[in-house]
Design a binder for this molecule. Sequence first.
Ligand code: FES
Length: 119
Amino acid sequence: MNEELKEIAIRLQIGNYQRHIFLCVGPSCCSAQIGAGAWKKLKDELKARNLSLSDAPGACYRTKVQCLRICTGGPILVVYPEGYWYSGMTEDRIDRFIDEQILKGKPIEEWIFARNPIG
Ligand code: FES
């Protein structure tokens, strides 16, 4: 086994996460500027709440992507294992998303346009 990979995984706390969030930052589903704002807010809030690089309850791994093949109504976000697909995830929606979806496990129905639970 590659020791460097093991060390990176340990540093990133892979194995401790309860959810994985993918956020598309455009440029087709939203402008690059709106996508960048949403990504910064998601990253900053997860860090501020000790939900990133953490083994705290509700800790999430986050991944910025440039297309989830929806290409309209973005920023598009998908969270696993629930497999809830969210639209319009602009910066101003991130606090509520973390409060309800991530910390309470309560989906925000009016923002969800598709479901694909895993497991
Ligand atoms: S560019 Fe965001 S889903 Fe395609």
